[in-house]
Design a protein around this ligand. Structure first.
Ligand SMILES: O=P(O)(O)OC[C@H]1O[C@H](OP(=O)(O)OP(=O)(O)O)[C@H](O)[C@@H]1O
Length: 299
């Protein structure tokens, strides 16, 4: 039987494309906010014995997670056979250790919370820095979509003589994968973060790449300080204005406008978080990952 796909408000476009790729059954999820700030979730379909997929991009997770957990619990309570989460952006992975005494390791707490509510999870390029795989913290089956081949295809078809640039050493493996698939050279910058909005990056010697079009690639663009500083460094050494590609368009208030004001050649992102800059779609590989996961869970 086809899965039933529900989505949280804001994720209509992604959910519609997921439904048509999966040839699944769409259904309504009503979210009501009471005057006291509490929320009520209502599933507008008979889920008895069915596989339910809840679609939710988890940018701004604090306001979405509780309704999401309520919806998952309601689906189970109403007799769903399995309840899966399709979260093209998965939140709370950056706090992957206790950076200061007394801090919560929210990556672990959040994974524990979602693992109790869902039978499985699919996502795209989770921010795995000090973890190597989601199963280090998630106790449910997971599938990960890699955007590198999609980004490489975009670069190969839109940019002549590209030079792929990662903004920090952490991005090396990933930028190298995009570059290899696009048949282009790559370098990484050195980044020092001093605060949420205080970032400094420095460039290696780029004299060999003066005839190339720089393409900055990063997974998360949040305050956009990393991208803005990288654009400035690239321009400072006399390279052409770079194309900026981000996977997850988190964009804090004003960050997108500030990034555009730094005069990059252009800015584009994947559709893991709905945003005006979305240009590369992860829907197809995410739908395939979901099909694989459903097969694994059913067997
Ligand atoms: O748009 P911004 O606010 O600059 O954030 C984006 C950066 O943050 C993330 O890195 P991470 O948090 O793992 O490392 P960092 O703290 O060293 O940047 C991500 O990989 C980007 O490089």
């Amino acid at each position: 039987m086809k899965p039933i796909v529900f989505h949280l408000p804001g994720d209509e476009a992604f959910a519609n494309r997921l439904v048509s790729t999966l040839q699944a059954e769409p259904a309504g999820l009503e979210l009501h906010r009471f005057p006291d700030g509490e929320s009520l979730v209502r599933l507008d379909a008979d889920v008895t014995g069915r596989t339910v997929v809840l679609t939710c991009s988890l940018a701004r997770p604090d306001e979405k997670t509780l309704p999401l957990l309520f919806a998952a619990d309601a689906a189970r309570d109403l007799g769903a056979a399995k309840v899966l989460l399709a979260a093209p952006y998965l939140a709370y992975l950056r706090q992957d250790r206790r950076f200061h005494a007394g801090e919560a390791v929210t990556s672990r707490s959040y994974a524990a919370l979602l693992s109790t509510a869902f039978d499985g999870l699919v996502t795209a390029d989770p921010h795995l820095h000090r973890y190597h795989a989601l199963d280090e913290i998630y106790r449910i089956p997971t599938r990960v979509v890699h955007t590198a081949p999609l980004i490489a295809r975009w670069v190969a078809t839109h940019v002549e003589r590209p030079l792929l640039i990662g903004p920090d050493s952490e991005s090396e493996q990933w930028v190298a994968e995009v570059a290899a698939a696009a048949g282009a050279p790559w370098i990484v910058l050195q980044k020092i973060r001093r605060g949420d909005r205080d970032v400094e990056v420095s460039l290696p010697d780029v004299s060999a790449w003066r005839d190339r079009q720089p393409v900055l690639v990063d997974d998360i663009v949040s305050s956009a300080r990393t991208m803005i500083q990288a654009v400035a460094s690239v321009r400072r050494v006399g390279l052409p204005a770079p194309v900026c590609i981000g996977v997850h368009a988190l964009f804090a208030p004003a960050a997108y406008e500030e990034l555009l004001a730094s005069r990059p050649a252009r800015v584009l992102t994947c559709d893991t978080v709905p945003h005006a800059s979305n240009e590369i779609s992860v829907v197809e590989p995410l739908a395939h990952a979901l099909e694989e996961l459903m097969g694994e869970i059913a067997s």
